[in-house]
Design a protein around this ligand. Sequence first.
Ligand code: 5AD
Ligand code: SF4
Length: 459
Amino acid sequence: MSVREEQQKYIHLMQQYTEGKRLKYHIVTYGCQMNVHDSEKLAGMLQEMGYEEAQELEDADLILFNTCCVRQHAEERVYGNVGALRSYKQSNPNLIIGVCGCMMQQQEAADDIIKKFPFLDLVFGTHNLHHFPKLLYEAINSGHMVVEILDEEGKVVEGLPARRASNVSAYVTIMYGCNNFCTYCIVPYVRGRERSRLPEDILDEIRGLAANGCKEVTLLGQNVNSYGKDLNKGYLFTALLRDVNKIENIERIRFVTSHPKDLSDELIEAMAECEKVCEHIHLPLQAGSNEVLRKMNRRYTREDYLRLVDRLRARIPDIAISTDIIVGFPGETEEDFRDTLDMVERVQYDSAFTFIYSPRKGTPAARMPDELDIEVKKERLNRLIALQNDISKARNQLYMDKVVEVLVEGVSKNNPKMLSGRTRTNKLVHFEGGSELTGEFVKVKITLPKAFTLEGHMI
Ligand code: 5AD
Ligand code: SF4
C-alpha cells in the first residue's frame, strides 16, 4: 500500500466516524512559515476526514497545537496554552487534544509534555505528518494517548491535501530539513537533513494552484538556495525559479529563506531576469561581527555579506531586503554588538526580525561559555530595534507619492473599511476599497508611509 493509499484508508474510516456529527477542529500554530504550511496540510487532512474549521478554540471538538522549538519563549507558550485546556477536557471528555511539530521531535520535550499533560490524546512529530489520520483514528478508538515520534526523516511524501489560508497567495514547500548546523539552531536536529521535492511534483502543485486562482507563490525551505543539490540531477534552485516563472496565471514568485553563503550570482541573475520574481529578499545576517559569525558557523564574513548586498542592489535596484538578527550570542562583546549595529546602518534593511539568543539544548552554542546576562541582552535588543525602526521608517518614506502595484489579500484585520495587500517589495499596504477586490492587482498611491506599513488610495 502506498503512503497515500494508507492515508486514504484511515481518512475513509474517519469519515464514517465524523458523519452526521458536524465536528470542528482548531489548530494553534507557532513558529515559521514551514509550520504554518504544515498546519495547512493538517487542516487539509481534517477537511477530508469530515471536520470543519472552528474559528474559536472554545467551539472545537479537536484542538491541535503545532509547536516550535527554535526559542525558549515559543516552548513556554505551548506549556501555558496546553495547560490551560485541562479544565476544558474535564468538562468535555469527548474533546480530542493533540500536540505535534518541532518541539515533539526533541525526546526530552516530548517526554515532559506527556508527563505534565496526561490528558492529551495525541502526540506526534514532524516526520510523520502524513500518519495523522491513522493516529487520530487510533486515539479516538483506543481512548488512550497515542504517541508517534520518528527519529528518521524518511522519504518526501507527495500528494497530501492542504487547506490553505488564502486562495490568492500560497506557500509551496520545495525542500525539507537543513544541513547547515548554525551552532545556535535546533532546526537541523528536529527537521532532519535536506530533502528536495522533485521538480515535477513542485511544478504540478503550482500549476494546480494557478488553475484554482492562485496568483502568488512563496517557495519554502530552510535554505532554498541549496534546493536540488541532494537530487544530483544538476537541476538547482535557479532552474526551478525559471520554470515556475513560466507557469501561466502565477504573477508573483517569492521564496524564503536564503542563506547568504549560498546565494550565487546565477540566482541574482535569475531574480533579475524572471519578471514574476518579486523585488524582495529575506537574507538573515544573524550577527555583524566576524568573530560571532565564525562562532555561529555561518560561513561568511561581514565583508562577504556587504558584497552580496552590493551585487543584489546593482542588478535589482529597488530590491527590499529583510533579515534576521540574534543579539547576545555567547561571548558577544559590546564591540561585537556595535558591529551588528554598523551592519544594520550600512545595509539599510527594510525590516528585521530581531531575537535574543536562546540556548537550545543539544546545540554547540548551548555549551559555549560566556552566556550573557539577560539585562545586557535586552538592552542590546532595544538599541537594535530602535535603530532598525528609524531605518524602516526612512525606507518606507521613499514610497511617499509613489504608485505601487498591490495584490489585494482581503479586508484589513484592524479596520473593516480598509483593504490590505502587499507590494512586490513585500510592504503591507492599507487603503479603502471593497472586499470584491480580494485577489486582484490594484494600483495604490502612497500618501502616508509609516514604520511598518504604507497607507494610500487606489487610483
Ligand atoms: N536563539 C535565538 N534566535 C534563534 N534563531 C534560531 N535559533 C535561535 C536561537 N537559539 C533565529 C534565527 C533564525 C530565525 C528563524 O530564528 O535568527 O534565522
Ligand atoms: Fe537553522 Fe542555520 Fe539551518 Fe537556518 S540555516 S535553519 S539558522 S541551521
